[in-house]
Write a protein that binds this ligand. Structure first.
Ligand SMILES: [Zn+2]
Length: 211
């Protein structure tokens, strides 16, 4: 019995390490990730107290105390890492997100620095990207047109905001699997100023007045 308990304690520890790696990969929001660490962590510790061999309690505490903060730090740092990508790569990302059956949320925002933030609900992904080529504002409009159709009025609306000096977080969402896509343009406190896309013939003149 003691051997079996020791084996179980080792299995729980391996499971915890797997959990840390999974959380660190940033597949979920910070709060959900914290919950994923807290609940199994608490269960692992309580099981170690109840059934584990003597060494299981301090070792489980040590693994949890070291691994959980490291996983959260890796998750938070990952959220601020800017990944340089080819436009085609990021386009694929958005295309796959749009193909997911069921409710979906795709948020795209171009910061005044040119960094693009992309948030996808299903499966959850949030990342910061810098394009290795092309205009970031053209890229954003392209994604809107691919999902909403070439003649979507959302592009004109986006440009009107840019012309007025107001940057927008463009959210393309669908509440139900069969529902039509909707576009919402939010003003974000963190990204109010549009990018000055001076090299782009379309967006250069539009954003010439931007700070
Ligand atoms: Zn452009």
């Amino acid at each position: 019995m003691a051997g079996l308990n020791a084996l179980l304690a080792v299995a729980v520890l391996v499971g915890l390490v797997w959990l840390f790696r999974w959380v660190a990969a940033g597949r979920h929001t910070v709060w959900v990730s914290a919950l994923y660490l807290l609940v199994p962590g608490a269960i692992a510790v309580s099981q170690a107290y109840r059934f584990g061999p003597a060494w299981a309690v301090p070792v489980t505490w040590a693994v949890l105390g070291l691994g959980a903060p490291l996983a959260m730090v890796a998750l938070l740092l990952g959220r601020f890492r800017i990944v340089a990508v080819q436009p085609a790569f990021l386009r694929q990302y958005v295309r796959h997100a749009a193909q997911v059956d069921g409710p979906q949320y795709i948020g795209l925002c171009v910061f005044s620095t040119g960094v693009i933030s992309l948030t996808i609900a299903e499966p959850f992904r949030r990342g910061l990207f810098s394009l290795e080529a092309g205009c970031q504002l053209c890229f954003l409009e392209d994604q809107v047109k691919r999902i909403m159709g070439e003649d979507t009025p959302a592009v004109a609306e986006y440009r009107a905001h840019l012309r007025a000096g107001s940057n927008r977080n463009v959210i393309i969402k669908r509440m139900q699997p069969d529902a039509p896509w909707q576009v919402v343009m939010r003003s974000e406190d963190t990204a109010r100023d549009p990018l000055r896309a001076s090299a782009c013939p379309v967006h250069g003149p539009l954003t010439a007045g931007a700070r």
